[in-house]
Design a protein around this ligand. Sequence first.
Ligand SMILES: [Zn+2]
Length: 237
Amino acid sequence: MNKYLEELVKLSKFDAKISAFDPRIESENEKLAAYVNVAEEVKGNINTLETEIEDITSKISKNNMHLAELKTKLEDISKKHSAVKTEKELKALQLEEEISKEQITFANEEIIRFDAIVTTKEEQLKEFQVRLTEEETNVKELKILVDTNIENISVERNEVYEDRSKLLEKFDNKILTFYQKIKRWAVDTAVVPVKKQACYGCFMKINDKVYNEVIKSDEIVNCPHCGRILYKEVEEA
Ligand SMILES: [Zn+2]
């Protein structure tokens, strides 16, 4: 194979590898983000439940305060009984007593109802807290794995960069410019193999004359359809 063509194939393979590193790192970070999101969701549920429990607890204490007031009121009413002079006064006092007792019953019922809600929500809260601990453990474990993977990718990337630099040290400038011009639009497919007599960049069939030139590999041949640099891929044993 033509020496320049051989180097171009190598360079293009390095460049394609380099392009693939960022998506690989991104996909590692996405894996972690998916787990972090689940943990955040659980945290959100915990916060909502805590606010709801706080809210209902405050309603319970309001009812308790109200009960204390009503209890005082009943005591006052019972004191007033001795001072009652007329039937009318007695009836009014009895009515007041009745209303207060009804209010006490209602407040007590409300407290029972709220207590039940708090109990249910506290159970849910406990479940979510257990779940959060699990999810946080998952995140921690995955982070270690992802960090290791990213580090390995970085090492691999540095190796490719190094090999690429070495290759470029002795690279012909004109050939490099030529390659970069095609790369501007073809990105990682500036240099492509010919398979089944077709360009593997544009997938068009190439004529026999060009195909023979590619097989000979004496010089750099461009695809007559798209302009990419062509090479005959060495058959794998
Ligand atoms: Zn082509």
